[in-house]
Design a protein around this ligand. Sequence first.
Ligand code: NAG
Ligand code: NAG
Length: 309
Amino acid sequence: MQLHINYYVLLISLCLAFYPDHGVAVADATYWRKPGVRLVNGAGGGKQHKVHTVGGCTLLCLGLTPASCRSVNYHSGSKTCEVNDKADGDFDGVGLVADDAWDYLYTELAPLASCSAWQQISSTSGIYPVDPDGAGAVSVFNVHCNMSSSPATAIFHHDQESRTHVDGYKDPQSYSISLSYGQSMEQIAAYLDRDGINCSQYMKYECKGSVILKSDTIYSAWYDRRGQQAPFWAGGDPSGAMGNCACSRDATCEDADMNCNCDIEDNEWRSDEGVITESSYLPITRVTFGDTGGSEEGYHTIGPLVCEG
Ligand SMILES: *[C@@H]1O[C@H](CO)[C@@H](O)[C@H](O)[C@H]1NC(C)=O
Ligand SMILES: *[C@@H]1O[C@H](CO)[C@@H](O)[C@H](O)[C@H]1NC(C)=O
């Protein structure tokens, strides 16, 4: 039998159907609707879901694990959609079959800007495609979204997150490691520089006789997104004393005359830790340490970059 397939291209603002109270579009999606046909070999486990409108099928598809849902079959009589892990055109063997009760929908989403935009569609944490600058120069990239927090957070992991020993590096900043993120600096910057977003990155240095600053010399430093040495330690005050730490900012240093606990340098285990929240410096791209060897040593711990919104 010859199939006669009509292609309808529809641009819809899905949120108006799903989130009538919000009044802003969370997703503009285009779907191609082929009435009277159904994709029979692509149904993802035959999973069926009730929806309110045909647009809800598209939303559902996007909100499930985004990488796996490629299309849906819509049953207008029972307002049911059936999720496919394939789309018309990328399957083998038997695909679309005539079936008057069903319509086949293939969806393409205008990529959402952020994890919090995705959160309005999906509550499942995982990897999501984002396009923070829309039509700007930065193309779509993947980021890990934590949907358990409110608003959702984007987590940019790097390759130096485990607690690492520093020993045997005497000279200032003679130990140096660069951080490599899963995204490019342009992509991360595009995400960070959006209005209303709050980003932070945690760092800790556990020290035994190993300083941050001594005699106006910076022994331990971190470098910002432009590769510039930051003038303050994690949690410190950007406009405070050179190399000042979080304990200086909130006046909790174990020696009130020092700007960091590590600068006490008395061979006791001490630590300086804090959260960098000044977005213009983020993310951390490199860290350096020194003043270790003999009985002096340290451990650094550098968290992922985390952005709320
Ligand atoms: C996700 O967010 C929740 C709530 O804020 C938090 O408890 C959890 O640790 C986060 N998960 C990750 C992987 O960061
Ligand atoms: C960012 O932080 C400010 C101040 O704490 C807060 O008012 C705002 O809601 C936060 N925005 C997001 C997206 O978390």
